[in-house]
Design a protein around this ligand. Structure first.
Ligand code: TRP
Length: 323
């Protein structure tokens, strides 16, 4: 259980930070590494050696840059990974999934995250509709760690897809209705899960089509803003600057849509305008730019926001000149 959870966590942190694929500094020669990885990928075909191969491969996706193309093109590998994924569907509802099953599939998802990250395999992964096989995991609501880890590892794969935006990726995710799944994950998940799910929404909103999609109907807009509001409220008692920054970026981007900007003037939680989070947000130039943009789009009176007569513009000036 701890394995699965630390595994999912490190994969998600990869999504949110620089990514795992930094060349290893190990002293092995390249040839040795390739042979070692090929042997492990081959072992996935053997039911006796699969468990160990999965464990080692998913921990060492950083060892070999070309692991993703190797997984994708080696004979039968993706079919085996899919088989493993499908085999636990019956245990999702009613929720009877064991910790060992969850750990095993989290390792599989780690390998798929590697495939979703690599520029040579990302589009092949999308064209084969691979993300759809993760959606049943994202739909679960059970809060037991084995379900939470599965959701986090699945979001890690989607997060890897949206990290470097391409129109096709966003189009695929929108038409397969990823947004309600992200909203579900925000509602039931832990902080790290909320963060990855909100990050995915942030990346979708950054795209013109994504923003237009969310703002196309009142129901969609309110479904998203309700969950963002909920997170802001929770952030007061469980602070996470990383999550706050993503939430604020989402609000700011929503306000770029004219109708959504108007709606936000009435439904934006007062904690975003009354100073609760202002002090920490203005320490971060990128976050602060989002706040400024949000206020500008909503036509908020700037002087009212910062007590003591100092305007937000003064603050931005001082914080950016300090850099
Ligand atoms: N079919 C729904 C729709 O297109 C999907 C959906 C549910 C949705 N909740 C959402 C889309 C929230 C965006 C935001 O509206």
């Amino acid at each position: 259980m701890e394995n699965a959870s630390s595994q999912s966590l490190s994969m998600s942190n990869d999504v949110l930070s620089g990514g795992p694929f930094i060349a290893s500094t190990q002293s092995n020669t390249i040839g040795n590494k390739i042979a070692y990885m090929e042997r492990l990928v081959n072992d996935l075909n053997s039911s006796a050696r699969r468990e160990n191969a999965l464990h080692v491969l998913s921990k060492r996706t950083d060892l070999f840059n070309e692991l993703a193309p190797l997984l994708w093109s080696s004979f039968g590998t993706i079919a085996i990974l899919l088989q493993e994924i499908l085999s636990i569907y019956p245990n999702l509802s009613p929720p009877t999934l064991s910790t060992a099953e969850s750990t095993r599939v989290c390792n599989i998802l780690g390998l798929l995250q590697c495939v979703a990250t690599h520029s040579d395999t990302k589009m092949l992964f999308i064209e084969a509709n691979m993300p759809l096989y993760l959606y049943p995991f994202l739909k679960t609501k059970d809060i037991l760690p084995q379900f939470e880890n599965l959701r986090l590892a699945s979001l890690g794969v989607i997060g890897a897809l949206v990290k470097v935006n391409t129109k096709e990726v966003i189009g695929f995710l929108l038409s397969s209705e990823i947004i309600p799944l992200c909203l579900n994950n925000i509602e039931v998940g832990t902080e790290i899960t909320k963060t990855v799910a909100t990050f995915i929404i942030q990346r979708i909103l950054a795209d013109e089509d994504g923003l237009a999609y969310v703002c196309a109907t009142v129901e969609r807009f309110f479904a998203v803003s309700r969950v963002l509001n909920l997170m802001l409220k929770n952030l007061q008692t469980q602070p996470s600057f990383r999550l706050l920054k993503i939430v604020v970026t989402c609000y700011s981007r929503l306000s770029d849509n004219r109708r959504a900007g108007i709606a936000l003037t009435t439904c934006l939680p007062s904690i975003l305008t009354n100073g609760t989070f202002i002090n920490c947000l203005r320490e971060d130039p990128a976050a602060w730019r989002c706040v400024m943009q949000l206020y500008e789009n909503m036509g908020v009176n700037e002087v009212r926001l910062v007590p003591g007569g100092e305007t937000i513009n003064d603050r931005v000036g001082s914080s950016s000149s300090g850099k």
